[in-house]
Write a protein that binds this ligand. Structure first.
Ligand SMILES: Cc1ncc(COP(=O)(O)O)c(C=O)c1O
Length: 410
């Protein structure tokens, strides 16, 4: 048998809503040597990662650690640890990832109540609060920034209402943490999940999450320690159905008890640690400003070209820009040419939006002036090749105007 070809990975400019480019310091950290999972050097990296995560997630919660697996692993861990068969769960859904929350909550056996709003819009918080009062769920699960529609839901009012009504508030902040403010404690979010491959700018493979004492109480009631590890003391009849995603056991693994569970993903943890350090070195506020500036430059360029944006402008997700594909243009052909000729990747969307919009991400390490200017120049050239009637020569100039007069942007 012929040996396989040597791995050849081309260099790309990645302007999708994830995975995004990674700072070389993260890649370097990930090539450090392997440590045993109970080596004190490794456990101290675990502890320090928890400290860094609390700061990035803007929380005083004790529990803040990553679940191994992509972002949905974190969502599944949170929901299956909190929801029991028959629990009422309300999910106001404004895009594909509200659908993911619904899918997971249903599989947990919840009695799921879904409300929808038109894609491109978000919910009026008072409408969600009315639903909360009517349905009286145990859990309200919502997406903060839905990358499928490029919208961001305001959460603070909803969080306050959840606390008053004693509802557990779980938020998917996969697309927003470290790109735009996410105030876990201030917005009274009980359980929050993010992912590594978006604004954290670390490869896909971990889902950092945090939860407060309200969720911890539920976990304690449901706690069941795996056979063969400990005495039979901890056996709850309400045991969490998943072993891998059992937060009650995971939290023991992340505590000084170091109760054995899975084998931690060593090099992913190194990458996350370095990614978090980079975020805090830059400073959260500066990082949000960088994201806003590059978003504004991108939007100015796209509009100067004569293209229009999709969705309610007021609730635009700053880390994703949705561009309407002009009538009669093959959106996938434009994306393919951009990739093949310019090595730039942008995304399409899902469901009813597929073929209707392109989604351009400005996240993490990918969110830089050079990438925005290259993307605008490349997109313009490719659209001209596709015989689209655009205002040529204007996109990059409009973006440069934003960069040169930063006050316009923030
Ligand atoms: C808002 C949101 N939630 C959840 C997910 C699922 O993430 P993953 O693919 O990392 O499991 C994504 C992925 O794009 C997302 O954008």
């Amino acid at each position: 048998m012929e040996p396989a070809n040597q791995l050849h990975v081309p260099i790309r400019t990645i302007m999708t809503p994830g995975p995004v480019e990674v700072d070389p310091r993260v890649l370097q950290a990930m090539s450090s040597s392997i440590l045993g999972q109970f080596d004190p050097n490794f456990t101290s990296i675990m502890n320090e990662t928890m400290v860094l995560l609390r700061r990035v997630l803007e929380t005083e919660n004790h529990w803040a650690f990553p679940v191994d697996g992509t972002s949905r692993a974190g969502i599944e861990a949170m929901l299956c640890s909190v929801i029991e068969e028959g629990d009422k769960v309300l999910i106001p859904s404004f895009g594909r990832f509200g659908g993911l929350l619904t899918e997971i909550a249903e599989r947990c056996g919840a009695d799921v109540y879904v409300t929808h709003c038109e894609w491109g819009q978000v919910f009026e918080p008072q409408d969600v609060i009315k639903q909360l009062k009517k349905i009286q769920p145990k859990v309200l699960a919502m997406v903060h920034g839905d990358t499928s529609t490029g919208r961001m839901q305001p959460l603070e009012e909803i969080g306050n209402a959840c606390r008053e009504l004693d509802v557990i508030f779980v938020v998917d902040a996969v697309a927003t943490v470290a790109g735009t403010p996410v105030k876990t404690d201030e917005w009274k979010i009980d359980g929050l999940i993010t992912g590594t491959q978006k604004c954290l700018s670390v490869p896909a493979g971990m889902a950092p999450l945090t939860y407060n004492h309200r969720i911890e109480e539920i976990l304690q009631e449901r706690k069941s320690i795996e056979r063969g590890l400990n005495s039979e003391k901890h056996r709850s009849s309400r045991r969490i159905r998943s072993n891998y995603f059992d937060l009650s056991q995971l939290q023991d693994y992340w505590s000084p008890t170091r109760l054995n569970h899975h084998t931690e993903a060593t090099t992913m943890l190194y990458g996350l640690y370095e990614g978090l350090r980079l975020i805090l070195e830059e400073g959260l506020e500066q990082r949000f400003q960088r994201h806003r500036l590059n978003e504004k430059a991108l939007v100015a360029g796209v509009q100067a070209m004569g293209l229009s944006l999709f969705g309610n402008e007021q609730w635009k997700l700053p880390t994703v820009t949705c561009v309407r594909i002009p009538e009669g243009v093959d959106g996938d052909s434009v994306r393919a040419m951009l990739l093949n000729e310019f090595a730039i990747e942008i995304a399409s969307s899902f469901g009813s939006l597929h073929g209707k919009i392109w989604r351009i991400g400005t996240m993490g390490y990918s969110c830089q002036k050079r990438n925005v200017l290259l993307t605008l120049a490349g997109l313009e050239a490719v659209l001209i090749r596709h015989k689209v009637n655009i205002h040529s020569g204007e996109a990059v100039q409009a973006a440069l105007d934003v960069y040169q007069n930063k006050s316009l942007a923030v």
